[in-house]
Design a protein around this ligand. Structure first.
Ligand SMILES: O=P(O)(O)O[C@H]1O[C@H](CO)[C@@H](O)[C@H]1O
Ligand SMILES: O=c1cc[nH]c(=O)[nH]1
Length: 235
């Protein structure tokens, strides 16, 4: 056990999907995994392990924001020896050429979080990056399923409601979308020599105001989930 995860040794697979919403974890386990068993209920951050295409895979919520995901990813890496972590998140599109329900893959995760400064000090602006092998595999799997995905830079912000952020500047420099956790996932995975990737479904659009319902957010992101699971079990 670790402080926030009550699983016993061996109950968590070495590869795990990480949605922010614990109910999305439950949905993934019940819909896509065979023989899924719950290994965590602490704080209702639900976690499950089952099999997908014959291989053990886990899925667990991370909560919202960098402080929350940092706790769970740290404990998964430090106490449970997880080696492949794939975030399956929602995001807000920031560009006109990206639509509701599009699937995006974060090659990089720009951030305004103090996590970079806290770790590296004021002189270094570390660039959190996806694991190249996972990224390449996810892209290939998407193409095999005839799904179009976009690969590029996203921004992991500290505040969901942020009136001060300059979104226009971020999009001018190629940022596709906004979410709240991936920079920390990539940094922690790098520290522990693990492999991490963030895959997203666009749940709302910052320019048009279009949005999926809360229920759709929880359940309607099957394309992203299939890509993530196929990537998790490859090699
Ligand atoms: O849907 P999840 O995976 O939680 O991701 C996004 O949704 C939450 C905000 O509504 C933040 O956690 C953000 O990163
Ligand atoms: O963090 C997020 C997630 C979805 N949509 C947003 O606008 N922000």
């Amino acid at each position: 056990m670790s402080l926030h995860i009550e699983a016993r040794d061996g109950e968590i697979a070495d590869r795990i999907l990480l949605p922010g919403d614990p109910l999305r974890a439950k949905y993934i386990a019940e819909t896509f995994l065979e023989g899924a068993r719950c290994f965590n209920r602490v704080r209702n951050i639900l976690g499950y392990t089952g099999t997908y295409k014959g291989q053990r895979v886990s899925v667990m919520g991370t909560g919202m924001g960098i402080p929350s995901i940092s706790i769970y990813v740290h404990e998964l890496l430090e106490s449970y020896g997880v080696t492949k972590l794939i975030r399956v998140g929602t995001c807000g599109a920031m560009r006109e050429d990206i639509q509701l329900r599009d699937v995006l893959i974060a090659q990089g995760a720009t951030t305004d979080s103090s996590i970079i400064r806290n770790i590296f000090g004021p002189a270094i602006n570390y660039a959190p990056l996806a694991d190249f092998d996972l990224l390449r595999t996810a892209y290939k799997k998407a193409r095999e399923h005839n799904l179009s995905v976009r690969v590029g830079n996203i921004v992991s912000v500290d505040r969901f409601y942020d009136e001060e952020i300059d979104n226009k500047k971020l999009t001018d420099y190629g940022i596709m979308a906004v979410e709240m956790e991936t920079a920390a996932l990539y940094i922690l995975a790098a520290k522990y020599k693990a492999h991490a990737l963030g895959i997203f479904t666009v749940s709302d659009h910052l320019l048009t105001g279009a949005a999926c319902t809360a229920e759709e957010r929880q359940t309607s992101f099957n394309d992203m989930i299939r890509i993530a699971l196929d990537t998790a079990v490859s090699e």
